[in-house]
Write a protein that binds this ligand. Structure first.
Ligand SMILES: [Fe+2]
Length: 438
């Protein structure tokens, strides 16, 4: 790898912009946690959640470790912080048994770390330091989304004051579009600014022509599979998927309750609500998405197909060399283009956000719900771990790739090139799927 590629690009944000981002994302962390009782801050020991009190401290520790200590050479603020909050060394199952500071101690630690970061950012910031501030801001972004779905997992109250309630929009948006084949450069490029190690670097692949849905699969479309006995019919499930279904005794998506007349109800945070028919199905795992596809004679897109449908442009019967920054072009995301960053505190109908369509007419590829792809999470050619070594490397070959971001994802994370990854049994993340024709 040459030196230019070893370089870790950044967004170019100024010190003042980084300070603003730090303060804004911290406000989200607080809104998602401050109303919780001491008991809720610990919660039950589950493999899919962290104790919220631990998670908040871990976010502060990550900022301190990579910015104050790694970049600025400061000494640790708390002697025992590494032993409490280093996620690489503190085993998940032990996080409930640690001698954590209490609520005011943990929030006090976060406030202390942030004050010192803002102090350091009072002047200018150079590229190597900027990279680590951007890393730690994005790390808090990820935990903010995790806190949102943890509240759903643990039946906590709907968080107040985050986003507007999603109202019913223009309803269904059905049909496929044709994407021509050709050469595609899969992955991110240095010009994309801050990227994670697993996105590096864009490399040429060849794509065959394919047809992909204009929208994600909706609740109504998924309900047809449930009502057709899809969860009881082995033929629609992979071997691993059926094993999961049997072990979980799944009969429908995890939060769906019952069919009441013509519509389904589901548990949203702590309350039963009517399921909106035209929002994307969410909180389904990869096995459920795969089973729906087999039933509907469809398939999941590969991540390369997803990326080409989102960012490509047609040139007759070939893909052009052009790769857009966002599906709609260069402009930053806004509510009219993408439901991100709690613009709404739930998903919008699939026909909404028409201004965010890709060149091929695919809608909501950014925001609303993460989309499972057919692809295994594998390293791109020439992969080399970045300084946060455990970000990608330990998880290769055991996860599936998701793309596009959800209503709870920051625009910093929901770049089209961002590769999210979860094990195929995870139905607690804000994920749905879009499909391709066979
Ligand atoms: Fe983390």
């Amino acid at each position: 790898m040459n030196e230019a590629l070893r370089h870790r690009p950044t967004s170019g944000a100024t010190a003042g912009e980084l300070a603003g981002q730090l303060s804004n994302i911290r406000a989200c962390t607080r809104r998602l946690t401050e109303d919780l009782s001491a008991e809720q801050l610990m919660g039950p020991m589950l493999p899919i959640v962290n104790p919220v009190l631990w998670e908040i401290g871990h976010v502060g520790w990550f900022h301190e470790y990579w910015t104050l200590r790694h970049v600025h050479g400061a000494t640790p603020l708390l002697d025992r912080a590494d032993g409490l909050w280093n996620s690489s060394t503190v085993a998940h199952a032990t996080r409930w048994d640690l001698d954590l500071p209490d609520r005011s101690g943990v929030f006090g630690y976060l406030t202390d770390v942030l004050a010192r970061q803002l102090d350091r950012l009072g002047g200018t910031v150079e590229a190597p330091a900027r990279y680590f501030y951007e890393l730690s801001i994005r790390h808090e972004d990820m935990h903010v989304e995790a806190l949102a779905y943890t509240r759903q997992t643990l039946r906590y109250a709907r968080p107040e004051g985050l986003g507007r309630a999603a109202t019913e929009g223009p309803a269904a948006w059905t049909g496929d579009v044709d994407v021509p084949g050709g050469h595609w450069r899969l992955g991110s490029a240095p010009a994309d600014g801050f990227v994670f190690d697993n996105e590096k670097w864009a490399h040429e692949i060849t794509l065959a022509p394919f047809r992909i849905a204009k929208a994600a699969v909706t609740n109504a479309e998924f309900a047809a599979f449930v009502e057709a006995g899809g969860y009881r019919n082995r033929e629609f499930w992979s071997a691993a998927g059926w094993a999961w279904r049997e072990q979980a005794a799944a009969e429908r998506p995890v939060y769906w309750l019952a069919k009441d007349g013509s519509s389904w109800t589901w548990r949203r945070y702590r309350a039963a609500e009517q399921l909106a028919p035209h929002t994307p199905v969410m909180f389904v795992n990869w096995y459920e998405a795969d089973a729906w596809c087999r039933w509907a004679n469809r398939r999941l897109p590969t991540e390369a197909e997803w990326e080409a449908a989102a960012l490509g442009e047609p040139d007759g019967s070939r893909l052009t060399e052009i790769k857009r920054r966002w599906p709609w072009g260069e402009a930053s995301p806004g509510r009219e283009r993408a439901n991100l960053e709690f613009a709404c505190d739930g998903p919008l109908d699939v026909a909404d956000c028409a201004a965010g369509d890709s060149a091929f007419g695919c809608r909501q590829m950014i925001g609303n719900v993460w989309e499972w792809t057919a692809s295994d999470f594998v390293p791109f050619p020439g992969f080399a771990a970045d300084p946060y070594e455990d970000y990608s490397q330990p998880w290769f070959n055991t996860r599936k790739v998701l793309r596009g971001g959800s209503w709870a994802t920051s625009a910093r994370i929901a770049r089209p090139g961002y590769r999210n990854f979860f094990t195929p049994d995870r139905n607690d993340v804000i994920a749905g799927f879009r499909t391709c024709a066979l």
